[in-house]
Design a protein around this ligand. Structure first.
Ligand code: PAF
Length: 282
């Protein structure tokens, strides 16, 4: 398995592959890899000649210093896990300096307002950090296809917008959420949960499921009320937000309109850890 820490070396390695018109599939990650990441890589391997994964905890997308400090960093384990999938995967695990060259700040992006909703309003500056790192990584790797999980659905739509606005010739591919047996969406943050909290966190997906039925059979207000009441009765869980929104504009919806695709988005806190999930409603 090839592991590069310097962008110059990665570029040098990829250059002849590009000249030979080999297609590159790219999976950007922050490491602490789990089966959800592996499924993205499997898709990248099956749809491209070469698969590249980046492992980089990006400081400019964290608006909470403690969250950044506590984010799991497990490079050796990640590389060993990738090896179980294929020894052909190319790993790019840069240092902060290799990426930011002494200027660790986020650039400002215009996402046509997609960043004013949900994660954008609750985590100021987050999507400028995401745009900054993803654009840099795209410029370094120059992939044909890039794969992102739908767990961070707003991020996926924002990256699509960034690619469109910057006229980057990259297909951004959204991949279904990978879940634990109890329905908990796989996330690197789950590693910080106690076994008991992990088990109890099944309530998140279960609640989304019932909210979906209420949305279909009744209306948005009833779905919202159900979610609020459920978490009001869950002593260990704090509901940060539950929003039903138009899947394309990400604008909060208060009533159903024909020919619009909706999604329900949720963030809850348990044991001080922020968990995010979403579900397609129609
Ligand atoms: O989804 C993530 O893990 C990160 O936001 C990403 C896309 C790798 C950028 O740091």
């Amino acid at each position: 398995m090839k592991v590069f820490h310097a962008q110059s070396q990665l570029s040098q390695y990829l250059q002849p592959l590009k000249q030979a018109l080999q297609t590159i599939g790219f999976v950007p990650t922050m490491g602490a890899l789990h089966n959800g990441h592996l499924s993205l890589l499997q898709q990248a391997l099956s749809e491209n000649d070469v698969a590249v994964v980046s492992i980089f905890v990006n400081p400019t997308q964290f608006n909470n210093a403690e969250d950044l400090a506590k984010y799991p960093r497990t490079l050796d384990r990640d590389v060993a896990l990738l090896e179980t999938l294929s020894d052909k995967i190319i790993v790019y695990a840069p240092s902060v300096d290799d990426i930011y060259e002494g200027n660790t700040v986020a650039k400002s992006f215009d996402y046509d307002g997609l960043d004013n909703e949900m994660e954008g309003s609750n985590r100021p500056g987050h999507f400028n950090g995401v745009g900054t790192i993803v654009k840099k990584l795209f410029e370094i790797v120059q992939p044909n296809n890039a794969y992102f999980g739908e767990k961070d659905f707003q991020q996926l739509q924002i990256i699509r917008k960034m690619v469109e606005k910057n006229k980057m010739n990259i297909n951004v591919i959204g991949c279904p959420i990978f879940r634990e047996a109890n329905g908990l969406a796989m996330s690197s943050r789950n590693e910080r949960l106690s076994a008991q909290a992990k088990e109890k966190a099944a309530v998140i997906y279960k609640t989304l499921h019932t909210a979906k039925s209420l949305f279909i059979e009744k209306d948005i207000v009833q779905a919202e009320q159900f979610v609020k009441e459920t978490f009001a009765n869950e002593a260990d869980f704090d509901l940060e937000y539950f929003v039903i929104a138009d899947e394309v504009s990400l604008k909060t919806a208060t009533q159903k309109t024909a020919h619009t695709k909706y999604r329900a988005f949720i963030v809850v806190h348990v044991e001080g850890i922020r968990l995010i999930d979403n579900i397609a409603l129609n």
